[in-house]
Design a binder for this molecule. Sequence first.
Ligand code: ATR
Length: 285
Amino acid sequence: MSSTITGAAIIAGVCGAPIKHSMSPLIHDAWIAAAGLDAAYVPFAPAEDRFEAFVDGLRGGAIRGLNVTIPFKERALAAADTASDLARMAGAANLLIFEADGTIRADNTDGPGLLGALAAQASGFDIAAAPVTILGAGGAARGAVAALLLAGAPQVRIVNRTPARAEELAAAFGARVVAADEAALPGLLSDTGLVINATSLGLGGGAGPAAPLELTPAGAVVMDMVYRPLRPEFLRRAEALGRRTVDGLEMLLRQAVPSFEAFYGQAPPASVDVRALALRHLGEA
Ligand code: ATR
């Protein structure tokens, strides 16, 4: 938080339940301090059944905006008056902007976060060159599908423990997205350019998805949305096979960039090493 908050400060925040473990205040406030802004970024934890009332009360610009996290992302989209294509396609919003005219605008920066992480950790990777395989069919998978389609992925395959959820997700997106059986994974992986773990497997240090990564082409990229631990078992397996990997922490850090720009009207200062800051916070450095 800036040391010089005045009555003119721009206020934004993050809203979730629970919110205690969010790293967003750490990231945004480090940027605010480095940029010397008269601004603050704070955590909010409304009661779960009061989310809509909380958001409604901010209309008219009581604060500039909110990031929204679990479990409110779908309800955030529903609470907004207008939404970006990406938020609509993802079926969820992680960013709400409170306009001065009383309206609420929804956006989703998780997708750009995913693409930004790919660009940062797998530079030169061409999303349009080969199909993508996503493990999981929850909210995180849905957001990834939306971003990958807009970025030109020729096909996105969804594989999920519960096949009906994969089919439902594929049906919502049209012909470029297909649901596939876990049994079909070996065939799918053999020509995939990018494999993404969008399940919660591996969170907290357990085993990740059992996908046979050795069947992926040598140039394939393997990404994991799990970032606690930083190197989940799925990524360690990919790394041992010599595949390029992209971690969930980079995705988290990258989604914060367009949010900061929307709140404070400028890019985050490049002088802050937010990755090092986050790694220290996670006890990984
Ligand atoms: P999120 O919003 O983070 O995507 P979610 O909607 O709860 O969270 O989705 C979690 C994903 O992890 C789902 O794809 C889930 O599979 P199911 O649809 O079959 O529940 C997947 N998942 C969670 N635990 C799993 C496990 N033990 N084995 C396989 N998949 C698992």
